[in-house]
Design a protein around this ligand. Structure first.
Ligand code: NAD
Length: 485
């Protein structure tokens, strides 16, 4: 096995104890096997956690700005390897090369942001009732943190978990998605290149069942940061509670956009298509429902359909392709099946709905960008996450009905409105049940220095990135000092 495709534990590249591997396949062409990656088990997880636990006290004892210096250097290494990382990311995840580059640059920014956080005050001085008492609080690390990540942002999400964890003096075991192990290897190589002390960052590949579960259960793990599907998140939360760990969950979405008659319709169409179809709709913040005011429904739906039909599907390195493949064959067939069911149940199929017919694309897991019209709010496709390039158009009588439809789902990740009216925009910001609200913007995308996370079933009420990361990766200690008179 190539050393680059092993686990990274205690500062060394180690083959899994199981001796088993899993193939990593390019979703744009199943004949392209990128490599065999470890299918690790409990023993590998245990080793990684023990190394992380051993390294933690020394790492936390470093002055915070010195920890930040490692992150600053790691950001520079990622930036220097941008093209290599982005090409690997595109090849294993399927998104376009510009998007893969954008995601990698976002990881650089995140790393720099969290490096800078190590220079900020880490506590408060509190007035004491005692005349000679010095009372203060300070933020201290949690210990070993587990990061369990999905495949759709294989560098940004691991970095937005690992960078703040490390900045605040924790050590980390990363269990990346089994669909995108190469990008995680690239990240580990960047940490290795800057001489991060052994055991501070560890990488264990494997399935959720064989590697993820024992990581969450491990008694030396103090906190779990998870991004992925709702079912996995609920499972992790139960184990975390049983085993006394701090946890945060960022999960699915069914993100809605409201379009009012006074909107700039042209720019609304562009941003809705971007939100729905870039990255083949495989973003937790992807636009999946468009709730259109009845006065403009016919005109707006026609514009969406016309523009969607002109979008080209193709591999990530085809500059003409707007969207690439979905992650795997089972996702492709499940997305197409969900569209067919919705169509049979009475939705209009206005664009897409199948795999592309081109012979050149037959080895990839492609789904044409799909628009469903007149989708009833109660229908499954309007309520459940599809995680593919599928957009549901819905019709509302007025703003109040649109908001009711927007909020009447279990998720609450992101929401947007297109309007020129300030009052409507502000009412929307107040009433949308979503952790991320955009006015005249795309549902997807948030700046790394701002808190990120959802409401309702999309999250565990926690937030990531920005200053919110400090809340999760630290705990507060209150200290009082009195003179020994
Ligand atoms: P997933 O839940 O299948 O897997 C996520 C990670 O959890 C993987 O590393 C997987 O191996 C691991 N895992 C699976 N079962 C586990 C278990 N029992 N114990 C421990 N770990 C386990 O999700 P996915 O298919 O990789 O990602 C897609 C989902 O992620 C979508 O629902 C999407 O909305 C969501 N997502 C959310 C956000 C957000 O910030 N809200 C961002 C990106 C993706």
């Amino acid at each position: 096995m190539d050393s680059r495709t092993t686990n990274f534990i205690g500062g060394e590249w180690r083959a899994p104890s199981t001796g088993e591997t899993m193939p990593n396949v390019n979703p744009a062409d199943r004949r392209d096997v990128i490599g065999e990656f470890p299918s690790s088990g409990e023993q590998d997880v245990d080793l990684a956690v023990r190394f992380a636990a051993e390294a933690q006290l020394g790492w936390a004892a470093l002055p915070a700005p010195a920890r930040g210096e490692f992150l600053r250097k790691a950001a520079d290494v990622i930036e220097g390897r941008l093209e290599d990382i982005a090409l690997g990311l595109m090849r294993e995840e399927g998104k376009s090369l510009p998007e893969a580059r954008g995601e990698t640059l976002r990881a650089v920014t995140l790393m720099r942001y969290h490096a800078a956080q190590t220079m900020l005050p880490d506590g408060d001085v509190i007035p004491s009732a005692g005349a000679s008492t010095f009372l203060y609080s300070l933020r201290v690390p949690l210990g070993v943190c587990a990061a369990i990540t999905p495949w759709n942002f294989p560098i940004a999400i691991p970095v937005w978990k690992c960078a703040p964890a490390l900045a605040f003096g924790n050590t980390v075991v990363l269990k990346p998605s089994e669909e995108t192990p190469l990008t995680a290897v690239h990240l580990a190589e960047c940490f290795e290149a800057v001489g991060l002390p052994n055991g501070v960052f560890n990488l264990v590949h494997g399935t959720g069942e064989a590697a993820g579960k024992p990581l969450v259960r491990h008694p030396l793990v103090r906190a779990v940061s998870f991004t992925g599907s709702v079912d996995t998140g609920k499972h992790i939360a139960r184990i975390a509670v049983e085993t006394g760990k701090k946890y945060q969950l960022e999960m699915g979405g069914k993100n809605g956009v409201v379009v009012m008659p006074d909107a700039n319709l042209e720019s609304a169409v562009t941003l809705i298509l971007q939100g729905a179809f870039k990255s083949a709709g495989e973003k937790c913040t992807a636009t999946s429902r468009v709730i259109i005011h009845q006065d403009i429904y016919a005109e707006f739906a026609a514009r969406i359909v016309e523009r969607t039909k002109a979008l080209k599907v193709g591999p990530g390195d085809d500059p003409a392709a707007y969207l690439g493949p979905v992650i795997r064959e089972s996702a492709q067939s499940s997305i197409i099946q969900q569209i067919e069911i919705a169509h049979q149940q009475g939705c209009e199929l206005l664009a897409g709905g199948a795999a592309p017919a081109e012979a050149a694309l037959r080895h990839g897991f492609y789904v044409l960008p799909t628009v469903l019209g007149r989708v009833p709010a109660g229908m499954r496709i309007a309520r459940e996450e599809v995680f593919g390039p599928v957009l549901c158009l819905m019709r509302a009588a007025d703003f109040d009905e649109a908001i009711a439809m927007l909020n009447d789902i279990e998720f609450g990740l992101s929401a947007a409105i297109f309007t020129r009216d300030l009052d409507t925009a502000l009412k929307f910001a107040e009433r949308a049940d979503a952790g991320l609200v955009r006015i005249n913007g795309e549902t997807a995308g948030v700046e790394p220095q701002a808190p990120f996370g959802g409401m309702k079933a999309s999250s565990s009420f926690s937030r990531e990135q920005g200053m919110a990361a400090r809340e999760f990766y630290t705990q507060t200690k209150t200290v009082s000092i009195d003179r020994a008179l």
